[in-house]
Design a protein around this ligand. Structure first.
Ligand code: OOG
Ligand code: NI
Length: 465
């Protein structure tokens, strides 16, 4: 088969995220309500801010603004994780970053499968936060062995999904008909199953060990547990949720409200209690399970290691003063402590750039495009002379403390549990089958390429003369 008859991986990812969105809206109607609210708030925000609209038009695709940016799943075994990596690769999604959630009382470690590179991100930035259950953190050895047996018996991928993934690997891509089938087959892995794999008694034992263990082990597959559209005003959506009959989590995770958004802010609505049936002698026994929710995110600038260290320090500082309570009783105090701590983080793009805290994409101004320079000059001077301008590079990854907050608000907050912190990236990568990509390298590379292009542009003008 000729290579040019393959559908691009970006197109497969777009088709997949669209199919997933339709499926999830049918499965979780409250999510559809949230999507409508987000679209409305985005529309109002854009109407009130012509400058923002113009910049989004120039740097992003305005028409896709309210579409999903990410979802999340939780896997049970190393074999599931490594196969999932191969499936995502067919859609141009690669593992970036390692997140240890054990520190926050959640027995998983995770990565984000996402497109890499500016063009792919622009085409469709959909990513999936993917966690692997860590049975090694469960003290009860008997239960651990039983959970392993149950997980070892399930098959989360359809034969068609496996066959088409192998075919894509063999051929280097899929043609249109195969790509369509691939999307439909892979969607099955993410579907909700209300018939559990286990008895009510086993569910209870798993649940008593940790709610998350019950969520992973008791079901046929890793149902998508949330999808997340992007909002331009997260505070507004958070405030409006109750009016639309949706119960938001207590506080927005991440940095406080700022003029110059940094990293990622997230909030969600609480997971729904859904009817399920458990295996019983010769039939089924009804019960319920709480797992699926909806989330929104607002993204800001990607921070350098120096900026990230400052972020982590300030977040830690504010959490030492107030830890957000699950019931929202100290939400105001938490927000105030956060805002106070973050006064130490510069809040203009120029200051953030000068302090080396964030990554920027550089481009020639109109004047820069008209200018010819005999040799290279320092970036700083070229900016001061109005030849080069800069835009923040958007953060495309996740934050472990925020992720823990999202997990916890959806696992029932009363049941917080302590584990000994035990990051194990090596083990995760061995299970995954490859090393995860480093998020900082990715942003640094984009920034460097943009600077090079500007400097070449300024001197190339001389050569062209
Ligand atoms: C994943 C929670 C993490 C985020 O946005 O930080 C996450 C999960 O609940 O499985 O999705
Ligand atoms: Ni999420």
């Amino acid at each position: 088969m000729k290579e040019n008859s393959f559908v691009s991986t970006d197109d497969i990812r777009s088709a997949f995220s669209a199919a997933m969105s339709v499926m999830y809206r049918e499965e979780v109607p409250a999510y559809g309500t949230l999507m409508e609210l987000v679209a409305k708030v985005n529309e109002d925000t854009l109407a009130a801010n012509a400058g923002l609209r113009e910049r989004l038009q120039a740097t992003d695709s305005l028409d896709r603004i309210s579409e999903e940016r990410h979802g999340a799943i939780r896997l049970g075994t190393p074999a599931e994780l490594s196969m999932m990596r191969r499936v995502f690769a067919v859609m141009g999604m690669y593992p970036v970053g390692y997140y240890d959630l054990s520190t926050a009382g959640v027995p998983v470690h995770s990565t984000a499968f996402r497109p890499v590179g500016e063009a792919s991100l622009k085409r469709n930035p959909f990513r999936v936060f993917t966690s692997l259950l860590r049975l090694d953190l469960i003290a009860d050895e008997i239960l651990r062995a039983e959970a392993e047996t149950i997980l070892g018996e399930r098959r989360i991928f359809t034969p068609g999904a496996v066959e088409l993934t192998l075919k894509a690997e063999r051929q280097g891509g899929l043609d249109r008909a195969d790509a369509e089938r691939f999307v439909a087959e892979v969607l099955e892995t993410f579907r909700w199953h209300d018939k559990a794999n286990v008895s009510a008694d086993m569910y209870k034992r798993l649940h008593d060990a940790h709610r998350l263990i019950a969520d992973v082990v008791s079901f046929k597959g890793p149902h998508i547990n949330h999808l997340t559209p992007r909002t331009l005003d997260i505070d507004k959506v958070q405030a409006l949720m109750p009016e639309h009959g949706i119960a938001p989590k207590a506080v927005v995770e991440g940095p406080p409200t700022r003029n110059c958004p940094i990293l990622l802010r997230q909030t969600s609505f609480k997971a729904l209690e859904e009817p399920v049936s458990f295996r019983a002698d010769g039939g089924w026994k009804t019960g319920s399970h709480t797992a699926r929710f909806g989330e929104i995110e607002q993204r800001g600038i990607a921070l350098t290691p120096k900026g990230r260290a400052l972020y982590d320090r300030l977040l830690d500082q504010s959490r030492k003063i107030v830890r957000p309570a699950a019931d929202g009783s100290n939400a105001r105090e938490y927000e105030a402590a956060l805002a106070t701590a973050f006064r130490a983080f510069p809040d203009s793009w120029a200051e953030i750039r000068e302090a080396g805290l964030g990554y920027f994409s550089y481009s020639l101004t109109e004047k820069g495009r008209q200018t010819k320079l005999p040799g290279r000059r320092e970036l700083r001077a070229l900016i001061a002379d109005g030849l080069i301008e800069f835009d923040p590079i958007v953060y495309e990854d996740f934050l472990p403390v925020s992720a823990a907050g999202i997990f916890q608000s959806n696992l029932g907050d009363a049941a917080q549990q302590e584990f000994v912190a035990s990051p194990n990236q090596q083990r995760f990568e061995a299970d995954l089958g490859v090393a995860v990509l480093n998020e900082f390298d990715h942003y640094a590379g984009m920034e460097k390429a943009s600077i090079e292009a500007c400097l070449n542009g300024l001197t190339a003008a001389v050569a062209a003369e």
